[in-house]
Unconditional design. Structure first.
Length: 72
């Protein structure tokens, strides 16, 4: 631990310069990517029930049939 602290103190100008921040940010991003890649992706499901011989359409985005000003 002492050697790491000494290294940080001796190289603080390089570490906190633009290049050091870029490298540290890249390492953090890589770690986050690896952690998120290993998590299972949750499956999103949608269910629609149609009764009395009715038919329906189910889409995954907001359905906007009206133009601006045509809303009833």
């Amino acid at each position: 631990m002492e050697t790491i602290l000494k290294y940080l103190i001796d190289n603080k100008e390089w570490i906190f310069s633009g290049l050091g921040i870029f490298i540290i940010g890249g390492i953090i991003s890589l770690i986050k990517f690896i952690i998120n890649r290993n998590k299972k992706a949750s499956k999103k499901t949608m269910k629609q029930i149609n009764n009395d011989n009715s038919s329906g359409t189910q889409i995954g985005i907001q359905n906007n049939y009206y133009q601006t000003g045509d809303k009833k």
